[in-house]
Design a protein around this ligand. Sequence first.
Ligand SMILES: [Mg+2]
Length: 259
Amino acid sequence: MTTDLETLNRHLADAGRVRLFLDYDGTLADFAPTPDHVTPDPAIISLLTSLVKHPHFKVAIISGRRLEHVQKLVPVPGILLAGTYGIELQTPDGKHVDRAEYDIVRPILDDLKPRWQELIAGHEGFYLEDKDWAMAIHASFAVDDEADQVLASARHMAVEAPASAALRVLGGHKFLEIGPRLAHKGRTVEYLLDRYPWPGALPLYVGDDDKDEEAFEVIKTQGGIAILVSSEPRDTVAEYRLDAPRDTRRWLKTLSHSI
Ligand SMILES: [Mg+2]
């Protein structure tokens, strides 16, 4: 893994056409105070607008946030937006596509929600996020031991839920989420490359967490390039690293002028 992007920039300039898949939080933008916090950043909107208009780029945002939030954060015509890890899409021509059956998914979440609420009630530092298609417990501000215990119980409830085979339980650092099986950034990149082909374009994915790692793997098997956004080197399949969202923005700006 390297932070030297010179070679990459030359490689991309040679490729000519670049298909950009970008995560949002922690990749393009600094983390919001809470996951329900939606504050569009004019600088990001302007950067993405210029990339979308550039004939050598196609741009997709793939976020774990619900689509409705991604649409508010990135009101950019001609961009592809994927919410809930790609379950809900807004295509470049503005159409809405759902890749799972809401009538199967939602009743499972409705059944689980009060049980998760009861579980976290009275515990400090927990936050339940209902994303409509998925539901998450954030425990970033909880004490370590308590976070482990509560999230283990929440996971148990989720995997034991009736019809839970249609869903996938995702863990992370002080985080647990249940959502449709296809809510998977790797499967989403595969789907988008297949469904909206752009022959000869080089796919490139920029992301910062373990859900992005699933997309890195897919992008690499498709001959593309993965870039991790992280202040420290860490275990990853990405070949390149950017330190922070501001470096992603700066690099994308340079890229749009060099191709
Ligand atoms: Mg992220």
